[in-house]
Write a protein that binds this ligand. Structure first.
Ligand code: 8YV
Length: 328
C-alpha cells in the first residue's frame, strides 16, 4: 500500500513552481489569497497538519503550540529568522523546527548595500525631487551627501549575511569592523581585513556606519538600546536589514530628531507591518517594506529548502536545516 502523504499547511502564497512541487510530493493546503492567517486560523492549522510551513508573519507562540494536534511533527519555516516561532516550546513538545539559511544571504547583503549607499547619498530624496519637478538644474552645492569610501563600517553580527555585507563594503572602500558573539576564523578576518571588537560599546562609538545582521533572540532584543545608540557619532548612519526588535526604535527616532545621528536605512521595524509615522515623515531615513530577500530566485530557493527539509524529515532522516534551542 502506498505511504500516506503528509498534510502540509502552507500559510502564505509561495511561488507557483514551489507550490506545484509541494502538491506533487505532499497532501497540501495552500493559501491562494495570501492573506495572513489570524491566530485562530493558525491554531486550526497546527491542530490538523502534519507539517506547517509558516513565514515571518505567523506568530507560532506557546499558546498556539499548546493546541497542536498529535500529528504535528514539523514546522518548516519559510525564512531564515525563527523569532516568529517559540522554538523551545516546540522542541519540548517533540516538534522539529527547520529554517532556510544560506539562500537569502547575497540578496539581503545587496539590499543592505543599497541602504548603505541610499542614505548618505540621499538617493530617495533625489528621486522625490525628480518626481516633484523640483530640479532646477545642476548646482555645485545642491543635494550633497556623504561619501562611504574610506569610512568605517561596524557590523553587528558576523554570520553569513554580515560577512556577505563585509565583502561588498570592502569593495566599496570601507574598512570593516565587527562585533559578534564569537570571533570569526582568522582566515576570514584576514580576507576581509576585518577588525574584531569584543566590546560592542567601544565599536559603536567609533563607526561611521553601523549595520545590523544578528538574529532577534531574547539576548539581542534592543541590543541597540537608547544608551548604546547614544554612543554613536552624530554623523554616523545606522542600517538594519535584520530584525526591527534589535533596535530600540523609539530611541532611534529621538536620536534622529535631536540631530544626534545622521540617518538610518531600515528594511525592518519593531512593530511590523506598523511603521512609526515619525519615521515616515523623517527626511533622514530611507525605509523599505521588509524586502531584503525579496527576489524571485531567492524565494524559489527558499521553497526548495523547505521541500528538502520536509521530505528528509518524512523519510525518517534529520532535516538539513534543523533549528535547535541551543542555536538561538
Ligand atoms: C524573509 C527574513 O522574507 O528569512 C528571514 O529571516 O527576514 C526575510 O527575508 C521572511 O522571513 C520570510 O518568512
Amino acid at each position: 500500500m502506498p505511504k500516506k502523504k503528509p498534510l502540509v499547511v502552507v500559510t502564505r502564497k509561495l511561488p507557483d513552481v514551489v507550490e506545484t512541487r509541494m502538491r506533487e510530493l505532499f497532501e497540501t493546503r495552500l493559501n491562494d489569497t495570501d492573506r495572513p492567517l489570524s491566530q485562530a486560523e493558525l491554531v486550526e492549522a497546527v491542530k490538523t497538519a502534519d507539517v506547517v510551513v509558516p513565514t515571518v508573519t505567523d506568530r507560532i507562540d506557546s499558546a498556539v503550540l499548546s493546541q497542536a494536534g498529535p500529528n504535528l511533527r514539523l514546522i518548516a519555516n519559510f525564512g531564515n529568522g525563527v523569532d516568529n516561532i517559540d522554538v523551545v516550546t516546540a522542541n519540548n513538545r517533540g516538534i522539529t523546527v527547520t529554517n532556510t539559511p544560506g539562500v537569502l544571504t547575497e540578496d539581503t547583503a545587496d539590499m543592505t548595500m543599497a541602504l548603505m549607499l541610499g542614505v548618505p547619498r540621499r538617493i530617495a530624496e533625489g528621486i522625490k525631487a525628480m518626481e516633484h519637478g523640483e530640479w532646477a538644474g545642476w548646482s555645485p552645492t545642491w543635494m550633497l551627501g556623504h561619501r562611504i569610501w574610506g569610512k568605517r563600517l561596524g557590523i553587528v553580527g558576523m554570520g553569513r549575511i554580515g560577512q556577505a555585507v563585509a565583502r561588498r563594503a570592502k569593495a566599496f572602500g570601507m574598512s570593516i569592523h565587527y562585533h559578534n558573539r564569537r570571533r570569526v576564523p582568522e582566515a576570514t578576518e584576514e580576507a576581509l581585513e576585518a577588525t574584531y571588537w569584543d566590546s560592542l560599546d567601544q565599536m559603536l562609538a567609533r563607526m561611521d556606519v553601523v549595520s545590523v545582521h544578528c538574529p532577534h533572540t531574547p539576548a539581542t532584543y534592543h541590543l541597540l538600546s537608547a544608551r548604546r545608540l547614544k554612543l554613536m557619532k552624530p554623523e554616523a548612519y545606522l542600517v538594519n536589514t535584520a530584525r526591527g526588535e534589535v533596535i530600540d526604535e523609539a530611541a532611534l527616532i529621538r536620536q534622529l530628531e535631536a540631530g544626534q545621528l545622521a540617518g538610518a536605512g531600515l528594511d525592518v521595524f519593531e512593530h511590523e507591518p506598523a511603521v512609526n509615522p515619525k519615521l515616515v515623515a523623517s527626511d533622514k531615513v530611507v525605509l523599505l517594506p521588509h524586502m531584503g530577500s525579496a527576489t524571485i530566485e531567492g524565494r524559489i530557493d527558499m521553497g526548495e529548502k523547505v521541500i528538502i527539509n520536509i521530505k528528509t524529515f518524512m523519510d525518517g532522516h534529520r532535516p538539513p536545516d534543523r533549528v535547535l534551542p541551543s542555536m538561538l
